[in-house]
Write a protein that binds this ligand. Sequence first.
Ligand code: EPZ
Length: 421
Amino acid sequence: MAEQQRIVINGGKRLEGEISVQGAKNSALPLLAATVLCGGQSVLHNCPHLSDCDFACRILECLGCKCTREKNTVTVDSSVISGTEVPASLMREMRSSIIFLGSVLARCGHCRMSFPGGCELGPRPIDFHLSALREMGAQIDERHGYLECTAPKGLHGARITLSFSSVGATENIMLAASLAEGTTEIHNAAREPEIADLAAFLNKCGGKIKGAGESTVVIEGVKQLGACEHRIMPDRIAAATYLCCGAITGGELILTNADHDHLRPVIAVLERMACSIYTYGKGNVFINVRRPLVSPRTVRTNVHPGFPTDAQPPLMALTAVAEGTSVFVENIFENRFKHAGELVRLGANISVEGRVAVVIGTKKLLGAELVATDLRGGAALVTAALAAEGTSRITGLSHIDRGYENIEGVLRSVGADIVRK
Ligand code: EPZ
């Protein structure tokens, strides 16, 4: 078996410089799914080079679309959809492939995909997706691990109330409703910035979506959607991660191509930790740390505009070296503290009890051998290793590469002693 790649970090280097924030993975994926709705060539700019985006393009090709990439621009020609099945292998690789269900069903009236299955964060159920699509007229049989979905009379509008503001379910409903007969209302919709980015794309294609970003989204179905050109929003979680990397090294970073508004919940917590953060011009966020980091006390993850669950792992790494005790309450996923055990190997003082983790700040972390077991947990290990004395080696890079474009190159460009080998 090929020798596992690893990231090797010699910690203690102060980060200083400028990072241009990548395009948002969690917007690119629903936008790639949305291209299925539009006949013709859609062009997505600022699409990050990530394995998850590659998987999404492979799914599009299985459906008969043509995908080409020129640097960070992906063009999808969905004039002809020749298939309506998402292969099990790709569903297993990327459980968020469920996001294709709404658009394939709306465009073709049929879709077959295997149950996405769980991931490192927990079972990742899709009941909200399925019940909403059934309310819109879909027939969905769950048999032998497969979803057989048809819409014999096409999809129709519905008034849907989500019991939880699920990001993926909100997106799937918006995609399906765009071509449905009549109007769909989503109540208790997710308000994450990626929802507004998806609505902007669909409206450019001729869709009629109002209220994206608010708790009630109204979609008036149209007969057909054309293709369009769109720039994907900045990745607020990658930006949050790099802010934590700058802070943990006592450094000074400027993030460009960021969106300050999307980062408000994260900036509020970092400022509580004695980080100085300024925003200026279009999309520039400056961070420096002039005083010792202090605990932010309690951090509760929540739906937007609450503190984002995806930023919890890198922030936990930062609190491991902050003065005082921090308490994390993970309200979104049931098993999202797996990085805690690896941070303890660096010398962090963390105890986990169910959805609560208690971090007692320590003065020093010492380099160690670490294993990433999920995307944002891997980012937490990189963050902590930057501050740990000595050498850390991190494996499990396929997790990190799902969501961070060239993470070692980005960090090396601002002074980190980091290589992939
Ligand atoms: C999206 O996942 C993101 N992924 C996740 O980012 C992010 O953590 C999550 O939203 C929350 O913000 C993408 O956008 C591709 P949810 P999603 O539906 O849509 C439960 C990352 O690291 N639930 O809002 O799957 C679910 O189990 C990833 O970039 C149901 O019970 O999130 C979870 O506990 C990780 N039934 C909670 O809701 C359902 O039908 C949040 O799920 C759907 C979800």
